[in-house]
Design a protein around this ligand. Structure first.
Ligand code: ZN
Ligand code: ZN
Length: 303
């Protein structure tokens, strides 16, 4: 008895890069015992699967319903191709095509799994500010070109250490193909710089900044904010000016320096419950605040 084997070529467009789509396809293909491959190209994701008609059918049906939460499918085109006799399912190197484009995911707020690691003293990324995984972290701001792969992001300057590389290459790992994957050993680090003039009032170059010797720049910065200082936090996409929003003198100084006297400033709150101390937050607004993109939301202030 010969088994019937079919093969399908699947072309998926939409927000499908930088959202864990290839690992998802890989795992789904393995669940259905299919062989073939998946790759990113400049227009989206291309898959070829081969196996029994029922398994191929089920695989295709489950793509839209089981896709990763951050993916947004715009189209899924199918075509029949001759069986190829692949013996495994693999993730192939990305392919570039002239004149194509793909929708790139926005930056995504740190997910619950990463937050749990961030505050776990036993974790190797304990308090590492650039923690991320396939489900969260920077995307749009670090991409220099498509297809979305590490050599085409600003992370190319940070070669992964053996531990990070192992996660990156393991299809069962949460960081499989997470392009910004990094840790304290191999990734970007924090540095706190203070205006030379503040360290030494005699300084002749008041606009120079000097790195401060500290093993905990975050703690040190919190101390400065509490003192009423203004800090510029260099993030992934630019500078973010911050001060203690409850300190009227600090806020007034920030407004003076920014020449922004009337326009509201955004405030940051640790969570929705904290925001509720200062603002009215409806259930809809709370839902928007908690979306993976964590947008700035205009709320009604309490008197
Ligand atoms: Zn994460
Ligand atoms: Zn590392």
């Amino acid at each position: 008895m010969t088994e019937i084997v079919v093969r399908r070529h699947v072309h998926i467009k939409g927000v499908v890069q930088g959202v864990g789509f290839r690992p998802f396809i890989y795992q789904l293909a393995r669940e259905h015992a299919l062989t073939g491959w998946v790759l990113n190209d400049s227009s989206g994701v291309i898959v070829e699967v081969e196996g029994s008609p029922a398994d191929v059918e089920a695989f295709i049906e489950e793509i839209p319903s089981k896709a990763p939460p951050l993916a947004r499918l715009e189209s899924l085109d199918l075509s029949e191709v001759p069986a190829d006799g692949d013996i495994a399912f693999t993730i192939r190197k990305s392919r570039e095509e002239e004149g194509e484009f793909v929708l790139v995911s926005p930056d995504i707020a740190t997910c619950d799994d990463c937050v749990a690691e961030l505050f776990d003293p036993a974790d190797r990324r304990h308090r590492y500010p650039f923690i991320n995984c396939t489900n969260c972290g920077p995307r749009f701001t670090i991409i220099e070109d498509i297809p979305y792969d590490r050599p085409k992001t600003t992370m190319k300057k940070f070669p992964m250490c053996p531990d990070c590389l192992q996660e990156y290459e393991d299809p069962m790992d949460r960081r499989f193909h997470a392009q910004p994957n990094a840790c304290p050993t191999c990734g970007p680090r924090l540095e706190l710089r203070i205006r030379a003039h503040d360290l030494d009032p005699e300084s002749m170059t008041p606009t120079d900044f000097k790195a401060v010797e500290t093993d905990d720049p975050v703690k040190k910065t919190i101390g400065l904010l509490a003192e009423g200082k203004i800090v510029a936090i260099k993030g992934l996409g630019g500078f973010h000016l911050a001060c203690d929003a409850r300190n009227e003198a600090a806020v007034a100084e920030l407004r003076r320096r920014k020449h922004r006297y009337g326009k509201p400033l955004a405030i940051m709150a640790a969570d929705v419950d904290t925001a509720r101390k200062f603002c009215r937050v409806s259930e809809d607004e709370a839902g928007i605040l908690a979306t993976p993109q964590r947008p700035i939301v205009l709320l009604e202030t309490k008197k």
